[in-house]
Design a protein around this ligand. Structure first.
Ligand code: ZN
Length: 404
């Protein structure tokens, strides 16, 4: 398989780029140094490059020169996210982060480097592409909706026409044997929404609650009622998770505070449950507040939709992994993952798939190793060539079919 052999030949360059990105992580939507490195790595390749206006994204379009090129040239989009996390690195690696409080703890440095590798390989195979490839170098995946920002910037139509297929990869530092690819048709990851609640009571002396309006007992009831709601109002076969991560009130034990607040993350897997949550959560909280005669402010924010892959494109990924590496390297996941992804926004508009790639260190126990987002999360460089080959071959395979 020439793509894999070519990717392995590039491994040194891809690894070097990954290490340079890793040493200098940037967080959020503004990643100027990362953007600089990507541009430098793409320079000399025959891409039409455009830079984000609302974020430091890089969009690179390769115009295929393959036979069959016509007015209806197909477009394939490949995405790599580029942002790091506010984590203090504790891996002890010699290319550890030099930026205090920032670390590529989710492996997006690998995604960026692999997509740059694919850029090189696809340029070599340009004469096999009877259509265009759009490379989406995306900032701000970690809670900044960078994919949404890039869609607003026009990424889906970057080649002049709407993308026909879209693919993303994500490395994992634990959970599966090194080099294993995993995905599933349909719902792959959860929707992620946010809840902020403030109960407005009336402060007073702790010895005389009847002269105050205690927000603490009310918010405590809300915390437990939300869990009861999950089990009583939602189908056990369409799971919902609501976790209160912030609970704040008061200053001193004998003072009833004026107000109390909580924040929760809300995860769901179907549009139906997601819409129902947005409806019944405020109703429940307002009902509890009304029952106790206090006011409540409920701020329910919809964030990332569920990540839903196209069944045909997921079969393609399985087939391509089989061709490149052997069928045993692909696992069809039984269950979706609990995390969320803003690539879901792309997959809402363009059929495609998203594939996990285990980069667990070879000597580590895949189940016990530190998972993504841990200050000790370590990703193996050996998977870089494989991820590069998969990106490349997915584009070639899809293009061949669209043109055939
Ligand atoms: Zn990530």
């Amino acid at each position: 398989m020439t793509v894999l052999a070519d990717a392995r030949e590039l491994a040194g360059d891809i690894t070097d780029l990954r290490h340079r990105l890793h040493r200098e992580p940037e967080i959020g939507l503004d990643l100027p140094r990362t953007q600089e490195k990507v541009l430098e790595a793409l320079s000399g390749l025959p891409y039409e490059i455009s830079l984000g206006t609302d974020t430091t994204s890089v969009t690179a379009v390769l115009r295929g020169t393959g036979a069959g090129a016509s007015a209806s040239r197909p477009v394939v989009l490949l995405r790599g996210d580029m942002d790091a996390l506010p984590v203090q690195e504790r891996t002890g690696l010699d290319f550890s982060s030099r930026i205090d409080g920032a670390m590529h703890a989710c492996g997006h440095d690998l995604h960026t480097a692999m997509l740059v590798g694919a850029a090189t390989l696809l340029a070599h195979h340009r004469d096999q592409l009877a259509g265009d490839v759009v490379l989406m170098f995306q900032p701000g995946e970690e809670g900044y909706d960078g994919a949404g920002v890039m869609i607003h910037e026009g990424i889906l139509d970057a080649a002049g026409r709407r993308a026909d297929a879209a693919y993303g990869l994500h490395v994992m530092s634990a959970g599966a044997p090194n080099g294993q690819f995993l995905s599933r048709a349909g719902t792959l990851m959860s929707a992620s929404d946010g809840l902020t609640v403030t109960v407005h009571g009336a402060g007073g002396h702790g010895s005389a609650p009847h002269q105050a309006q205690d927000p603490v007992t009310v918010i405590a009831e809300m915390v437990t009622a939300l869990q009861t709601m999950v089990t009583r109002q939602f189908d056990m076969f369409d799971p919902v998770v609501l976790s209160v991560g912030v609970l704040q009130a008061g200053t001193k034990r004998n003072i009833i505070p004026d107000s109390a607040r909580l924040e929760a993350t809300v995860r769901s897997y179907t549009p139906e449950s997601r819409a129902k949550l947005a409806r019944v959560v405020p109703r429940l909280l307002q009902g509890i507040a009304a029952a106790h005669g206090v006011e409540v402010t409920v701020d329910y924010v919809t964030e990332y939709p569920p990540t839903v892959t196209d069944a045909g494109e997921t079969s393609r990924a399985e087939r391509v992994v089989g061709e490149l590496f052997g069928g045993e390297r692909f696992t069809r996941m039984v269950n979706p993952l609990g995390g969320s992804e803003d690539f879901s926004r792309v997959l809402q508009q363009v059929p495609g798939t998203f594939v996990f790639l285990s980069a667990v260190p070879r000597q580590a126990d895949a189940q016990a190793a530190a998972f993504n987002h841990s200050p000790r999360a370590t990703f193996d460089d050996d998977v870089l060539a494989d991820g590069t080959a998969l990106y490349t071959q997915l584009a070639l395979s899809r293009m061949a079919e669209l043109c055939g």
